[in-house]
Design a binder for this molecule. Structure first.
Ligand code: FUB
Length: 452
């Protein structure tokens, strides 16, 4: 099971220590993450999913068929991809001068920085009923705000999923859109970032199916246009694909898939960023709520091939960042699993998971545990109902050096904490592999290294 420890209310922000596992944000539901690096910190600007409240209908609200309900935006930051700070609400529906007060349509936002000023673009339901969504702007002098919302939406940007991109020559572009055909669009922004200039262009030569959530970045002189798309809106979910061009206005050539679709969540929406010499992809999934409109942001590492193509990102529960060996290791947020499953419990807002159905020939790997302590013992919280059983903890692979062998009390069929002396003392950063040896199915909750 997963218990989120340290949750401190610090002025108006909340610090969360999440053991470097996916999903990375668990205090609220979040989706559509834009990750940016400002002043040495990594910031995440997601949208904020909430459940529909029927009381709003008395105020004139109308629930839209797609089910996304969003009233405000938070910003988050981290320096280690382990500990995140929630900076609280940065822009809210109630404060948007041009917005409907009962629209609940604050979909995917995006931000960029120019000359020390932060430009935060967000879609919202317009009060003047001029469209499904219009795109507005809020500005700040710090990445976490406070943000000042412009009085009007930006003329000519009707639609969703804004993505501003500033090229090395200082010219800013806006990508946005959603729909079938050539539905992703691009246009130049004026120098003050508050209006569009020139001709709006529909981006051609992309898959003709449903597309949304464009995210553009530049690497080694190439412009990467990445976007979720859905081959079949009735029976399928979104995968994330990419195209490459030699100019921000294109043409772009479609190159393939960065992340395969999740079977159980209609949307995916991502951003790609380099931080401390490693590329990451931030995206969302619904593995806390299991509901398509209550999503949670996750992150995994992303790698480029030598020719500039993007290696497919396999979403993991483990996520990124180091887990300290002094923490309770929630092994169910695994890197690899063989012949076992994850059980899910969701109680009172606290997400909890465990390994289930593990027996002989089952193993679970958990990557990047940093041994910043010198433990002598390991404790395991587990459940077992058979005649015989133990778990071996090994280094780096299922046949790697044995760290410890934990024997199970087979007379006890309730949850038990088993303690084992270490065979040798692990050093540095390594991957843990729990190998199950059991005549009956076992459940494993967590692993904890200790000095006593
Ligand atoms: O979050 C609402 C909408 O769902 C976004 O704007 C789309 O990109 C999709 O993720």
């Amino acid at each position: 099971m997963k218990k989120y420890g340290l949750m401190l209310l610090l002025f108006f922000s909340i610090s969360m220590q999440l053991l470097a596992q996916n999903p990375i944000i668990t205090n609220i539901y979040t989706a559509d993450p834009t990750a940016r690096v400002y002043n040495g910190k990594l910031y995440i600007y997601p949208s904020h999913d909430v459940p529909w409240n029927p009381e709003w209908e008395k105020l004139g609200a109308v629930k839209e068929g797609h089910g996304h309900v969003m009233t405000d935006y938070h910003a988050f930051s981290t320096t280690d991809l382990v500990n995140y700070t929630d900076h609280g609400v940065i822009v809210a529906q109630k404060d948007v001068p041009w917005g409907s007060k009962v629209g609940y349509g604050m979909w995917a936002p995006c931000i960029t920085e120019k000359e020390g000023k932060y430009y935060y673009y967000f879609p919202n339901t317009p009060a003047d009923k001029s469209g499904f969504r219009q795109i507005g702007l809020a500005t700040a002098t710090q990445p976490e705000g406070p943000f000042t919302i412009e009085p009007n939406y930006i003329e000519g940007l009707k639609g969703i999923d804004p993505n501003p991109f500033i090229d090395d020559d200082g010219q800013a572009y806006m990508y946005w859109g959603g729909g079938k055909g050539n539905s992703l669009k691009v246009v130049k922004l004026t120098a003050d970032m508050k209006a569009i200039e020139g001709e709006t262009m529909a981006i051609e030569n992309l898959p003709q199916e449903y597309k949304e959530g464009p995210f553009v970045f530049k690497r080694n002189g190439l412009y990467y246009l990445t976007f979720p798309h859905n081959k079949d809106t009735k029976n399928s979910t979104e995968e994330i694909g990419y195209a490459i061009g030699k100019h921000p206005l294109g043409p772009f050539e479609f190159k393939g898939t960065i992340m395969d679709r999740f079977e159980d969540c209609w949307t995916n929406h991502h951003s790609i960023v380099e931080y401390k010499k490693q590329w990451y992809m931030f995206y969302h999934h619904n593995d806390i709520s299991k509901v398509g409109n209550l999503r949670s942001v996750a992150v995994d590492s992303l790698f480029f091939e030598a020719d500039g193509s993007i290696r497919k990102v396999i979403p993991t529960l483990r996520g990124v960042g180091l887990t300290s060996a002094s923490d309770t290791i929630q092994i169910d947020r695994y890197s690899h699993i063989h012949n076992a499953e994850i059980g899910f419990v969701h109680q009172a807002g606290v997400p909890e998971w465990k390994i289930t159905k593990a027996k002989k020939d089952s193993w679970v790997q958990y990557n990047s545990v940093h041994f910043d302590i010198k433990p002598k013992f390991v404790k395991l919280k587990l459940k077992h109902t058979g005649q015989k059983g133990w778990i071996e903890i090994r280094e780096n692979s299922k046949n790697g050096p044995l760290i410890a062998k934990a024997l199970v009390d087979t007379t006890n069929d309730k949850w038990q904490t088993v303690k084992a002396k270490l065979d040798h003392k692990p050093k540095g950063t390594l991957n843990l592999v729990c190998v199950f040896e059991s005549d009956a199915e076992m459940e494993l909750d967590w692993v904890l290294f200790s000095k006593k």
